[in-house]
Design a protein around this ligand. Structure first.
Ligand SMILES: N[C@@H](CCC(=O)N[C@@H](CS)C(=O)NCC(=O)O)C(=O)O
Length: 211
């Protein structure tokens, strides 16, 4: 049995945030596939695992955690990597984690879902989410023009969180060449030893047949 069990699936950038951390630190972990596209997160059994009905969930011994930012915070506590050295750094990391969850991942992930996975999407709704995602990408690009990583000079869980959905550029219909600071930052993250694309790290790609 492995030490860490991560409930997740390949299309989920939120699950990838935890998976990427575990992989980068060479943790003893494995994935437990969540069949999101067949409705598993909406079942009563899954709601007993996570009342929020979301993946990722991380199990470590008797502990069961949800919310990717909480999982990343816990993993920093366990492995001591990609975290903070003092209170000011911790607050800066938290600032970007909250921003990512609220503005970057939420709009980018929803836009990608509507564009790539939803059976039919109203054009105006799609355009609205694109506009909001682009607003977040501009903020990110500006910050990354000031420092190589979100919270300063080195990779932290803020970057591990914020980068997740941006590796799906084909499905987002974006070329990061239009956001040169994001482009260079994604290149730096890709170059970290043990980095893998979400579709290579978590089970469920391509999407299994509908039941
Ligand atoms: N803020 C949460 C978001 C998690 C989330 O939205 N997960 C999606 C998959 S990417 C999910 O499981 N959705 C299930 C549903 O809404 O039914 C986190 O960072 O963990």
């Amino acid at each position: 049995m492995t030490e860490y069990l991560l409930y997740g699936f390949a299309q989920s950038g939120n699950c990838y945030k935890a998976a990427l951390y575990l992989e980068l630190v060479a943790a003893d972990w494995q994935a437990r596939f969540v069949d999101y596209f067949n409705g598993e997160t909406r079942t009563a059994e899954y709601r007993r695992i996570n009342v929020m009905g979301e993946a990722p969930v991380l199990e470590h011994g008797d502990l069961r955690l949800s919310q990717s930012a909480v999982i990343l915070d816990y993993l920093v506590e366990r492995f001591g990597r990609y975290g903070w050295n003092d209170g000011a750094e911790r607050r800066e990391i938290l600032r970007w984690l909250f921003w990512d969850n609220h503005k970057l991942t939420s709009y980018t992930g929803t836009y990608r879902f509507l564009r790539t996975f939803a059976p039919a999407t109203d054009k105006a709704v799609l355009e609205e989410f694109r506009k909001r995602a682009e607003g977040a990408w501009k903020v990110l690009d500006t910050q990354l023009g000031r420092a190589p990583y979100l919270a300063g000079g080195r990779l932290t869980i803020a970057d591990i969180s914020a980068c997740a959905y941006l590796f799906f550029e084909d499905e987002l219909g974006v070329s990061w060449a239009h956001y040169p600071n994001i482009d260079r930052w994604l290149g730096r993250i890709r170059a970290v030893p043990r980095w893998r694309h979400p579709y290579a790290l978590l089970p469920g790609h391509p999407i299994p047949a509908r039941k």
